[in-house]
Structure formats: structure tokens, C-alpha cells
Design a protein around this ligand. Structure first.
Ligand code: CP
Length: 310
């Protein structure tokens, strides 16, 4: 596995063997991610953390990952305090960050922005989410969570729920889960169905997803329920958003019909999709899932910076 200098832009850039290797390496990172062990393998390295869109988990877990391995972080959480405000192009901001650091993490509202950034940077660029496009590090931490919670990814019956049209996490995940040969069910309001291209990709990988708008029916057979937020910021028309917001609500009543060992995942932030009463049930793994961003991102930073010493 030689990832030194590699850009992490889309999950489709990885083979199954490479994904498996990253998940195994992330497992080794767990005690370091929890602060139980410490090794400064990224001492002397600097990461640029450029967030052109809001984030809690992705930004903080990347920064935690870098710090836990002895590296340092520069960057911004809001571009309004940068020369973007004076009209600087994305390409020039990236050129600058590239010259100040060893790797760049970028989140941007425009699909394709991370790929563009990679063209202007000599060092590795890690996509932290580009519009409705890809969110590969989220996808890897989702796979890692399923693997650790269910002991394997293969053959699980997995529901992807909510905003399947604009949700970048579910686009990446539907593709990646198909590589592992799972059973997929897509549950969404009619106006937010999974795009045809994503369904075609799943089918090319041998998985024929079931599509429905009834969560009550689908939940009975599920091993994993992966919920997503209906993302107001991605709707071109506020009225369309108002028609579908609150379409699904996961609560203890709904979970009475689920398997005992069903896990409920969510990339977070949640708004009203999961009732807080679910948090204290054994089904809830979404906070563990968010924590898993740290070992995954430690593994990726260590690999792209060429310091695989754990
Ligand atoms: N899952 C995720 O990307 O969360 P943030 O938007 O808080 O980074």
C-alpha cells in the first residue's frame, strides 16, 4: 500500500483491497485516536485545513487526527476572513496553502472543487466534501463503523434513508457498499430519490437496490439504518424543501419493528430525523461513528504523508 503523495478525492479512486488496507490501518490507530497511546509520526508536518463551508466533525476530527500524531494545523473555518473576500480565486488560495504546508484538506460548496484544488497543489489534497459530490473520508469512516459494529460489511441488509438526491455521503456510500456485496434499500421522499447514475453504478457492481418510500416496511429486515438530513442548503427552491422536511422520524416506536441488533447510523448533523430518545438505546451508533473519523483520518494523513509507522 503506497499512498504517499496521493490525493483523496473520491472513494472511486480506491480498489477494494486499498479500502480494506485503510480500514485495517485505522483499527491500529484506535488507541492513538483515543489518546491511550502517543507516537509523533507526523512531527514537523503541517496540514492546511481550508473549510469554505461549515463543519463540526470533519474539520475537528482532521485537526484532532493531525495533532494526535504530532503534526500541526493551519487554516480557516470560514473563508470570509481570507482574501477570497477580495476576489482571490480558489486556485490561488490553494497554491498558497500548498506552499505553506505538506497536505491540504478542503471542503467547498462546489462539486469538483477538490479535484480542481488537486490540480493546483503539489502536495496531497484530501476532499472533505465538495457540494453534492463526494465525501470520501466520511465514506471510509462509515465503512469502518459498519465493519467494527457488525464484524463484517458483506451481506448486511442496509437502508440508506432521507435526502438521497443531494446527499453526498450516500452517493459515495452506495457505491462503496456495492463493492462489498451488501443488500441495499433506498428509502426517500419521491422528489429526493437516489440519482439514476448512482443506481446504475450499484447495478454494475452486481447490487440491485430496492427503492421505496416506506421506512416502516423496510426496517423489519434491516441490519443497518443509515439516516441522512434533508439538506436545506442544497435546495434551489425553499418551497420544495418545505414539502419534504420532516418526512421521516426515527424514534423508539419505529424501532420496535426492527431487529434487536439493528444499528442506526447518521453522518450528522441531525435536525429532526432521529429522536433524542434513541440516543440511549443500543441501536444508536452515530456518535461512535463520528468519533471513528479520527482513526480513519489519522490513517489517511499518515499514509499520504508517507509516514506509515504504526
Ligand atoms: N458528517 C459531516 O461531514 O459532518 P460535518 O458537516 O459537521 O463535518
Amino acid at each position: 500500500m503506497d499512498f504517499k503523495g496521493k490525493d483523496i478525492i473520491s472513494i472511486k479512486d480506491f480498489s477494494k483491497i486499498e479500502i480494506d488496507d485503510i480500514l485495517i490501518y485505522a483499527e491500529k490507530m484506535l488507541p492513538y485516536a483515543k489518546g491511550e497511546k502517543y507516537k509523533d509520526i507526523l512531527s514537523g508536518k503541517v496540514l492546511s485545513s481550508l473549510f469554505f463551508e461549515p463543519s463540526t466533525r470533519t474539520r475537528l476530527s482532521f485537526e484532532s487526527a493531525m495533532n494526535r500524531l504530532g503534526g500541526r494545523v493551519i487554516g480557516f473555518a470560514d473563508p470570509s476572513g481570507t482574501s477570497q473576500k477580495k476576489g482571490e480565486s480558489l486556485a490561488d488560495t490553494i497554491r498558497m496553502a500548498d506552499s505553506f504546508s505538506d497536505a491540504i484538506v478542503v471542503r467547498h460548496p462546489q462539486e469538483g472543487a477538490a479535484r480542481l484544488a488537486a490540480e493546483f497543489a503539489n502536495g496531497p489534497v484530501l476532499n472533505a466534501g465538495d457540494g453534492a459530490g463526494q465525501h470520501p473520508t466520511q465514506c471510509l469512516l462509515d465503512l469502518f463503523t459498519i465493519k467494527t459494529e457488525k464484524k463484517k460489511i458483506e451481506k448486511n441488509n442496509i437502508i440508506l434513508l432521507g435526502d438521497l438526491k443531494y446527499g453526498r455521503t450516500v452517493h459515495s456510500l452506495a457505491y462503496a457498499l456495492s463493492i462489498y456485496g451488501v443488500e441495499l434499500t433506498f428509502v426517500s421522499p419521491t422528489s429526493l430519490k437516489m440519482p439514476k447514475e448512482v443506481i446504475n453504478e450499484c447495478m454494475e457492481l452486481g447490487v440491485e437496490p430496492t427503492q421505496t418510500s416506506s421506512l416502516e416496511k423496510a426496517i423489519k429486515d434491516a441490519d443497518v439504518l443509515y439516516a441522512t438530513r434533508i439538506q436545506k442548503e442544497r435546495f434551489p427552491d425553499a418551497e420544495e424543501y418545505n414539502k419534504v422536511v420532516g418526512s421521516y422520524r426515527i424514534n423508539n416506536e419505529l424501532l420496535k419493528n426492527a431487529k434487536e441488533n439493528l444499528i442506526v447510523m447518521h453522518p450528522l448533523p441531525r435536525v429532526s430525523e432521529i429522536d433524542s430518545e434513541v440516543d440511549s438505546t443500543p441501536h444508536a451508533v452515530y456518535f461512535k461513528q463520528a468519533f471513528n473519523g479520527v482513526p480513519i483520518r489519522m490513517a489517511l494523513l499518515s499514509l499520504v504523508l508517507g509516514e506509515k509507522k504504526i
